[in-house]
Write a protein that binds this ligand. Structure first.
Ligand SMILES: [Zn+2]
Length: 153
């Protein structure tokens, strides 16, 4: 373990410029200079992109969707609640969009009613493939824009 060059305590390896000199410092001493390097925890080095597809958010109008589908099936809130093993008043609050359904409730409602209540975060207001040719920006477009900017400079 490296030592802090200011106080001698163990350092995690961070480097700061203190009075013009590059020094190994500990977190307690780093404010004495300008920190130029902090060790990164190894586990966080995975690309942010790999996490994104795993995150889902509840779609807009989820309450109305649950309510209308439930009514089409001729089910009361109580009946549906029983089927998915949920409290009726919780389900009612969800239908009125006073509360967001938990991920687990979403899964149960989706399965029971055959509807989609969640979509991947960052997909915008709808599936990207549907509005693809309309206003969607493709990687090609981005490259083209970047190319144009280069020429302008
Ligand atoms: Zn120190």
């Amino acid at each position: 373990m490296p030592e802090c060059e200011i106080c001698g305590k163990p350092s995690d390896g961070r480097i700061a410029i203190v009075e013009g000199a590059k020094m190994q410092v500990c977190p307690q001493c780093e404010h004495l200079g300008r920190t130029v390097w902090v060790p990164q925890p190894e586990r966080r080095e995975e690309p942010a992109r790999s996490r994104a597809p795993m995150e889902f958010e509840v779609i807009e109008g989820y309450g109305q969707k649950v309510k209308s589908t439930r009514e089409k099936r001729g089910l009361s809130i109580e009946e549906l609640a029983k089927k998915i093993n949920e409290k009726a008043n919780y389900l009612e609050r969800v239908e009125h969009e006073k509360t967001l359904p938990s991920e687990s409730l979403c899964h149960r409602l989706q399965k029971e009613l055959g509807i989609k209540l969640m979509e991947p975060v960052g997909s915008g207001s709808g599936p990207a493939s549907k509005s693809g040719e309309g206003g969607g920006v493709t990687l090609g477009d981005i490259l083209e824009i970047a190319e144009k900017k280069k020429k302008d400079d």
